[in-house]
Design a protein around this ligand. Structure first.
Ligand SMILES: Cc1cc2nc3c(=O)[nH]c(=O)nc-3n(C[C@H](O)[C@H](O)[C@H](O)COP(=O)(O)OP(=O)(O)OC[C@H]3O[C@@H](n4cnc5c(N)ncnc54)[C@H](O)[C@@H]3O)c2cc1C
Length: 437
C-alpha cells in the first residue's frame, strides 16, 4: 500500500484486533448491593477488585462495553506523568502535599507492575524504558536536569542522551538529544483491560455492560442508582467515568473536560527498518506542548503514534494526515508507508491537572487522569476502594482531597478547545523559534 491510500484505514483501535471489546451476557441487576461503581475502565475495575476481595458485594455499571472508553484505546505507555512541575505543585498545594504527590508516582508505578505480575495479567508488558526527545538545547538541558533529580531523589534509573548518541536509542535526527527513564515501559492496553476484567469477574464483581447510570438519588442509608438496565440500592457509590463523564452527573461534567487524543498505527514494517528506527523498542515522548507519544507495537512490527486531536467532527482524515505528516517528519523513511488504523478516545482534563479522589454528598469519585491513566487509574481506583472500606483511614493517598474546581462557563460542550489548541500551537512555535528551528 502506498501513502495515497491513507484514507483506507480502519477507524477502530489497532488494539481491538487482538482484544476486541464486547458486551457481557445480559443479567438482571440485584436489588441491593454494598457498592455500585459507575464506569468499568481501569479505575472502576481496580476499585471493584479491592472491594470484593475485602468482602463487599460490588456492581460495576458501564454504559458501553467494558473497556470501550479510554482503557482499551490508549497508547499503553506506563508514563504516570504529573503534568505540573514541582514549583507549580508547591504553589497550588503546599510543600508537603507536593512532595507526597511526587513520591506517590513511584509507588503507583510499582503497584501497577506488581499487580500485573501477581495476578498473572497477560498484557504484553515490557519495561523497555522511555526516550524523551528535546526539540532544542534548552529543553535538552531541562531533561538532563530532571533525569539527574530522578536518580538522586527517587532512585529511578534515568540519564541524558546527547544528540551524538541519539541514534543508539531512536532512528531520527529530529531531536537535539533527549533523556531516558528506565522505570517506564509499554503494555497492550486492551489486553490489560480484558485481563483485569477477567480477574474481577472471577473474584465475584458483577459487571454490566449497556447499563448507563441516569441518576443517583441519596437516601437515608445509601443511594438509589437508576440505570438503563434497572435500579439498584447501594450503600456506597464510586464514580470512575473520567473522559466519558456525561450529563447524568452535571456537577462532575462541569469539572471534567473531555479532550480527544488520536493514535495512528502503520502497516507492518520490515525487521531491518524497525531495527533502524527503534533499535531498543522503547516508548517515546517529546518536549513540545502539543507533542507526540509513540511506540512500537508489542510484536515490534509497527509504529503507533499519538497526539492531541483538536477536531470536533467525526471526520478522521485531517487529524490522521496531521499525525502521519509528523510521523514522516520524525522518520522520513516512513513516507510511503500506509496507516492501517486511526482512532481516538477521550482523556479527562481539569483545572488541577492531577489525578484525584474526592467526595461530594457521600458519593466518592476517582477520576481526572489528564491523559496518564495507565499508571494512575489502577492506583487511584485501589486507593478510592480503601477510602470506601475505611472512611476514617489515616494514611490517605496524597491525591485524596478537595474536588477540582468547575470550569467557568462550561457545562459539557468544550467551546474553548480551539482557542486552547491555538494557544499551545503558538507556544510550540515560540519553542521552535527559540531552538533556532
Ligand atoms: C488515545 C489515548 C491515548 C492514551 N495514551 C495513554 C498512555 O499511553 N499512557 C497513559 O498512562 N494513559 C494514556 N491515556 C489515558 C488513559 O487511557 C486513561 O487515563 C485511562 O484509561 C482512564 O481509565 P478510567 O477507568 O478512568 O476511564 P475509562 O477507561 O475512560 O472508563 C470510563 C467508563 O465510564 C463509562 N461511563 C461514563 N458515564 C457513564 C454512565 N453514566 N453510566 C455508566 N457508565 C458510564 C464509560 O462508558 C467508560 O467505559 C490515553 C487515552 C487515550 C484516549
Amino acid at each position: 500500500m502506498q501513502s495515497n491510500s491513507q484514507h483506507d484505514h480502519k477507524t477502530t483501535p489497532f488494539w481491538w484486533e487482538a482484544a476486541p471489546v464486547k458486551p457481557l451476557p445480559p443479567k438482571s441487576l440485584p436489588t441491593k448491593i454494598d457498592v455500585a461503581i459507575v464506569g468499568a475502565g481501569y479505575a472502576g475495575l481496580s476499585a471493584a477488585l479491592q472491594l470484593v476481595r475485602a468482602g463487599r458485594s460490588v456492581i460495576c455499571l458501564d454504559k458501553m462495553n467494558p473497556g470501550e472508553g479510554a482503557s482499551s484505546r490508549n497508547g499503553g505507555i506506563t508514563s504516570g506523568n504529573i503534568r505540573l512541575d514541582h514549583a507549580t505543585l508547591v504553589r497550588r498545594f503546599g510543600e508537603n502535599r507536593a512532595l507526597a504527590i511526587e513520591a506517590e508516582g513511584k509507588k503507583a508505578r510499582e503497584f501497577l507492575y506488581s499487580f500485573i505480575e501477581s495476578e498473572g495479567l497477560a498484557c504484553d508488558f515490557k519495561r523497555v524504558g522511555r526516550f524523551s526527545g528535546a526539540v532544542g538545547k534548552q529543553d535538552y538541558e531541562g531533561l538532563a536536569r530532571t533525569a539527574e533529580k530522578l536518580e538522586k531523589k527517587l532512585g529511578i534509573e534515568a540519564f541524558a542522551v546527547p544528540q551524538a548518541e541519539q541514534r543508539n536509542y531512536l532512528g531520527t535526527d529530529f531531536y537535539r538529544g533527549g533523556s531516558v527513564r528506565m522505570d517506564i515501559g509499554g503494555l497492550h492496553p486492551a489486553k490489560f483491560h480484558a485481563e483485569i476484567l477477567r480477574v474481577a469477574l472471577e473474584a465475584g464483581v458483577q459487571v454490566h455492560s449497556g447499563a448507563a447510570v441516569r441518576k443517583v438519588d441519596r437516601l437515608n442509608d445509601g443511594f438509589n442508582v437508576l440505570t438503563d438496565a434497572g435500579q439498584v440500592l447501594a450503600r456506597q457509590v464510586l464514580v470512575c467515568t473520567n473522559g466519558y463523564t456525561d450529563a447524568s452527573d452535571p456537577w462532575l461534567r462541569r469539572r471534567m473536560v473531555p479532550v480527544r487524543s488520536r493514535i495512528i498505527a502503520t502497516e507492518e514494517l520490515s525487521p531491518n527498518l524497525m531495527a533502524t528506527l527503534m533499535p531498543r523498542l522503547m516508548m517515546c515522548s517529546e518536549t513540545r506542548n502539543l507533542g507526540f507519544y509513540y511506540r512500537p507495537s508489542p510484536d515490534g512490527k509497527r509504529i503507533l503514534l499519538g497526539g492531541r486531536d483538536g477536531s470536533t467532527s467525526g471526520d478522521p482524515i485531517e487529524p490522521t494526515l496531521h499525525l502521519k505528516r509528523n510521523l514522516d517528519e520524525l522518520f522520513p523513511e516512513l513516507q510511503n508507508v500506509s496507516v492501517t488504523h486511526s482512532w481516538f478516545g477521550h482523556v479527562a482534563m481539569h483545572r488541577d491537572m492531577i489525578p484525584r479522589i474526592f467526595e461530594r454528598d457521600g458519593i466518592v469519585y476517582a477520576t481526572g487522569f489528564c491523559g496518564s491513566g495507565v499508571v494512575w487509574a489502577p492506583w487511584i481506583g485501589a486507593q478510592a476502594a480503601k477510602k470506601l472500606l475505611d472512611a476514617q483511614m489515616q494514611a490517605r493517598s496524597a491525591f485524596d482531597f478537595r474536588p477540582p474546581a468547575a470550569v467557568p462557563f462550561y457545562s459539557g460542550k468544550p467551546w474553548f478547545m480551539p482557542g486552547v489548541m491555538a494557544w499551545y500551537r503558538h507556544l510550540d512555535r515560540k519553542l521552535m523559534r527559540r531552538a533556532g528551528r
